[in-house]
Design a binder for this molecule. Structure first.
Ligand code: HCA
Ligand code: CU
Length: 380
């Protein structure tokens, strides 16, 4: 599954998120932050969508980013003619509407669709621009029809084909089967786009790579239509656990938080508390048993090293589940010298207080300091 590529679609799929309105300046900031993180491609809203969308697309192409700049259009010659004039490195074409696709699945318009797709592909390629051809709602389409159109576009030299789970209906096993089958009939790259309506988006993306896909679509914090697609951070977390060296050498992981904060602010949302890697509790350890093991060896309860992402771990001790090992570690940080029995005694005090209400870190520190002072003064 190594050697995958990320098509970062915050500036296309992400613009379809309910709260998203990106002005030119914001788009440029996001594009630069994604470039700094090191995504392989960024995908932009169709220049045919509006006059400003077209201008923004041109402006981003002129930034001289390392990442490839791709735009996303309908499978129409009208859109293709506009797209090739913007300066993009690539064009992602998606076929028709779902209604169109349904007709196609029933065997109607197959010839027409194939003909249009080939025309668009040949035109875009003739301009020296990369092209991908994808179908919308691939998992509810007729397999035979799908495979024959992919085969036809592969033959005329499309750079990538794409499958899209537009409605978030697919599960990993179905993804594996479809991508595996597709891998057998086309020689070009395969891109995958998964919606997260049922929480399978990241798992589906990973499985697609296992089955032979090459490119995965993401967006920052997963924003998109409805509840979105795989989040860049979540997908990266998944790939990091599969091949840490590769992911660390290819992407600037410490730049993740910055781009997430930027996008969160732009669309006026909070980074979720349980967000992958950067959520506020992503590296917080609480239960006494966990805290003890974490202090001895973080790998016991951490699959991701927080420092690789510029994050830090936190051992929570001001609660009734706390344990004396974690308290002892905090005493050491505060340079309070207590015996084991004393640490156990003060831990019991913390638990007793925490049974009434959670204690903050400051509360715990003052309990520890007061206890140590009392020991010193012989008044404990
Ligand atoms: C949509 C289009 C799309 C396209 C995906 C792709 C989808 O907004 O419906 O081009 O791969 O989910 O089908 O985002
Ligand atoms: Cu989509």
């Amino acid at each position: 599954v190594s050697n995958f590529k990320i098509i970062e679609s915050t500036l296309r799929e992400g613009e379809q998120f309910a709260n998203a309105f990106f002005d030119t300046e914001t788009k440029i900031k996001i594009a630069k932050a994604l470039d700094k993180f090191g995504v392989d491609c960024i995908e932009l809203t169709s220049p045919a969508a509006s006059e400003q969308s077209r201008k923004d697309c041109e402006a981003i192409c002129k930034l001289g980013l390392k990442t490839k700049v791709i735009t996303h259009i309908r499978c129409h010659m009208d859109d293709a003619r506009i797209a090739v004039e913007t300066g993009v490195d690539g064009v992602d074409v998606v076929m028709g509407t779902s209604k169109f696709l349904r007709e196609f699945s029933h065997g109607k318009d197959m010839t027409y669709i194939t003909k249009t797709a080939i025309e668009v592909i040949q035109f875009v390629k003739s301009k020296g621009i990369e092209i991908r051809f994808s179908t919308e709602d691939s998992f509810r389409s007729d397999l035979v029809d799908l495979l024959s159109i992919y085969q036809a576009v592969d033959k005329v030299g499309v750079n990538r084909v794409g499958i899209a789970d537009t409605v978030g209906v697919a599960n990993p096993r179905q993804v594996y089967d479809l991508v595996r089958t597709l891998r057998g009939v086309v020689g070009c790259d395969i891109e995958c786009h998964f919606h997260n309506d049922t929480g399978c988006a990241i798992a589906n993306a990973y499985t697609a790579l296992e089955a032979g896909a090459t490119h995965v679509d993401t967006s920052v914090l997963g924003i998109g239509e409805r509840n979105g697609i795989p989040s860049l951070g979540g997908f990266i977390a998944r790939m990091y656990t599969a091949d840490r060296e590769y992911v660390m050498s290819k992407y600037n992981l410490k730049a993740l938080r910055e781009v997430e904060n930027l996008v969160a602010e732009a669309v006026q949302i909070q980074v979720p508390f349980n967000n992958y890697v950067t959520g506020y509790c992503a590296f917080t350890h609480k239960a006494g048993i966990h805290a003890k093991a974490i202090l001895a060896n973080p790998s016991t309860y951490e699959i991701i090293r927080p420092e690789d992402f510029g994050m830090s771990r936190y051992v929570s001790i001001g609660h009734r589940l706390t344990g004396w090992n974690a308290v002892k570690s905090r005493c050491e940080q505060l340079e309070l010298t207590l015996t084991e029995d004393q640490v156990k005694e003060v831990t019991a005090k913390i638990k007793k207080l925490a049974d009434v209400r959670e204690q903050t870190m400051e509360d715990v520190d003052s309990i520890l300091r007061n206890y140590a002072r009392a020991i010193e003064n012989g008044t404990a």
